[in-house]
Ligand binder design. Sequence first.
Ligand SMILES: *Cc1c(COP(=O)(O)O)cnc(C)c1O
Length: 374
Amino acid sequence: MSVPFLDLAAATAELRPALDAAMARVLSSGWFILGREVQAFEDEFAIFVEADHCVGVGNGLDAIELALRALGVGPGDEVIVPSNTYIATWLAVTRVGAHVVPVEPDIDTYNIDPSRVERAVTDRTRAIIAVHLYGQAADIEPLQRVASARSLWLVEDAAQAHGATYRGKHVGSLADAAAWSFYPSKNLGALGDGGAVTTNDSAVADKVRVLRNYGSREKYVNAIIGVNSRLDELQAAALRAKLPVLAEWNNRRRRVAERYLAALADLPIVLPAKGAGTDHVWHLFVIRCADRDRLQQHLAANGIETLLHYPVPPHMQEAYRHLAITEGALPVAEAIHRECLSLPMGPHLRDDQVGLVIDAVRSFDFAPMSKSKA
Ligand SMILES: *Cc1c(COP(=O)(O)O)cnc(C)c1O
């Protein structure tokens, strides 16, 4: 008996008739790039996140990059990013030629700490990227206050938070622009790569629309240096089949999370905490344990698959060695990366599997010192 981290085959199986119909529709249309399905998905997703505009792009990394470019962020600019995030957030900043300025998170919510953001602003800062990490909205209101006081753009990296809300409003409509990924394992996942930018600013939407298609508004007329980064018709059709169940699938994730939270509360581990005014969609259920590696081995020996999000923080990756950020310089991020462990989570995790995970965690011999010190 084993429990997979995430069962994507079960997700596809549940929606198989709708996905088959979606694929068939595209195959019969004979139209594969920038057609009716993309247009319809953009309309439907904009309505879902309560944003005025949605522009489909090739993937989440491109979505962040094109949002930054559309806002005019470029060489010489500084962009504030969370010190603990998936590296794509940083890569997008680097790809537009700007400098990443990492800011530490709040240790309870794992999201960027607005008071530290304020202290990191310089006269070269152009933008702040707030990542809604693990499925929980970042604390947007204080970030908005800093952004408007200092005339900075605020960009959401919503790649892990499809359906999440902040003070009753959907993420993806809270800032100047928001970037989405539809990588298959995300809460709303395609059958391959996909991404989108949502915004309430029609000029930003228009700019992303031109940038994603070679910088061309009209075929063979190229106004700016664009890229080729388009959501394709098959992916858009698949996403249209999956969007109607997103809310229900997020509710299933919430039920799994509630069981974990109740059943593991007395153990010497740190459970995820809810931020004020946020409604978690549990992209990941991340615990912290000082004895993380032994706990992970114990779970593996009991057939429980776990992952680390993430094993190495961006500033300690080879790719960012040139920033010369020394080990110990970002202690909160480093502690999270050292101690984090993601338990199986997803809309197709069965009740009996949740029980197996709980039993396996509870049967671990926690050393007296295993309570996290961070
Ligand atoms: C997945 C992810 C991305 C990148 O999305 P891709 O579609 O894989 O390029 C960016 N930021 C965060 C926080 C992510 O989780």
